[in-house]
Every structure is written in structure tokens, then in C-alpha cells.
Ligand binder design. Sequence first.
Ligand code: 6GU
Length: 284
Amino acid sequence: HLKRPSYTYENYRETANWLLAHTQQRPKVAIICGSGLGGLADLLENKTVFPYKDIPHFPHSTVEGHASQLVFGDLQGKQCVCMQGRFHFYEGYNLATVTYPVRVFFLLGVETLIVTNAAGGLNPSFKVGDIMLIKDHINMPGFAGQNPLCGPNDKRFGVRFPCMSDAYDKDLSRLAKEAAEELGFSAFIQQGVYCMLAGPTFETIAECKVLKTLGADAVGMSTAPEVVVARHCGLRVFGLSLITNEVVTDYESQKKANHEEVLETTKMRTMDLQGLVSNLLAKM
Ligand code: 6GU
């Protein structure tokens, strides 16, 4: 699946039809759980679980360790499908593979996509542990010719030149803010622009300075391709970033970005994030 050039409409259709034949669930909401945020899928009731490797045409990782399955079930009385484990460009997958599940969700009848990720904080007013409601993104790999919609356009999914100025749904963002306030999260809720870089390296100091100048509030290695493909096929999108670490912008600093810190912060906030997404679903 790493270098698979592209998929046909029939591939997506076969995957969707197989899933529809193997579950009674008809989710209207799909949730992509970011690193360490897969606990959300465990909250679902009346679960049906499909390991990615059992789903026809579905990409799957050969790396052992992290969950990699599609979980159907109810959360707050709403039928959902959760991706426990996503595909990253830095793993070597092409963007058709990274975004394959999104088109399957569309064909399942999903109308709303919720994306979560871990990100580094660029905005100096952000603290580690803050939750940023994503208001917009900068698709940096897209600037470099890596847009998941490059190639022939299939009208059955969407138009050739899709609008992205309304990528993140304002109503969902407002509902999420209300949901957060109700839970007493106001002190650590932020809103901002997420910038995707390809990774897997964390940023140099000079790169962090560039990103700040460009108006990015948080930086990560995922999400933008899935959102582009979701908007192309008309899904409503809500996204949030957990600020797991502060980026380094000072040559005198002794701090170093590392994956351990990302995982520690994720652990600290995982329950809050689950609560927020649950409460948002209750309001939808
Ligand atoms: Cl500091 N950078 C990137 N690119 N991704 C991250 C991150 C930083 N922290 C969590 N994910």
C-alpha cells in the first residue's frame, strides 16, 4: 500500500459495500483519531470492529503495535465510525492512500468528518495541553505539489477546483466551543490555523520562524490531506489539535522537540478530548 499509484471508483465502492454488508450501522459522522487519541473509539456502544487488514482494498500498516482498525458504534446516541490509527505521509504512503478512508466514509453516507491530531504550538500564547479548534489550515505539502486531488478528477466525488475557503465548518466550531465551555475547559481552549508539514523531522528553528510569519498557530504532520478530500466530496469538517509541545524558536533554548513529550501530553488530555468530542456529538 505504500506506493500504490491510485484507486478506481470501484475500489472505494467495493470497500464501502463490503462494510455496509458487514454492519447494520449507518454512521453520519466519521472520526479520525490522532496519535494517542484512539481511546475515543473505546467509548462507542454497540461496537462492530474491523481490523484494516480484513477490509477489502483498505490500506493497512505492517508495523506492529498501534491499533489499526475501523470501529462502528454509537456515541451520545449518534452512529459513528472511528479510525483507530491513521495513515501518515511520512510513513511513505502516497496521499491517495492516506485519504482512502475519507472517500469510503463518503460512500457509506457519512456527512461530517471530525479530525484530531497532536501538534506543536507556534502561537506564543498557547500552552502545552491547550486544545486548538482548527479554524483553517496551511497545506504545506500542497505548496510542494503533494495535494491528494492531483491527477484526473472523478466527478462522482467532487469538482475539479474545489473551494477551500470554508474548509472548517463554522457552526461545528461554535458548537465545540459551547461544548468546551460547558465542560469547564475555557481556560485551555484556543482557536487557530494548523500547518501541515510532511515530517517526519520536527522543525528547525528557522522553519518555526517561517511558519509563525506565515500565520500558523500550530504545526503537525497530518490532517490537511484528509480535510481536502473530505471537502472535495462535500463532507462538513470539524478539527482539533492538541498542543503537545512548544516549538523552539530561540537559538539559546535547551529544549528539543521529541515524541515522548507528545505522548505524555496526549495522556494528560486524552480524557478531556474524549469528553469534548462526546459533548460536541451530543449537540450535533
Ligand atoms: Cl513540534 N512539529 C510537528 N511537525 N508535528 C508535531 C509537533 C511538532 N508536535 C506534535 N506533532
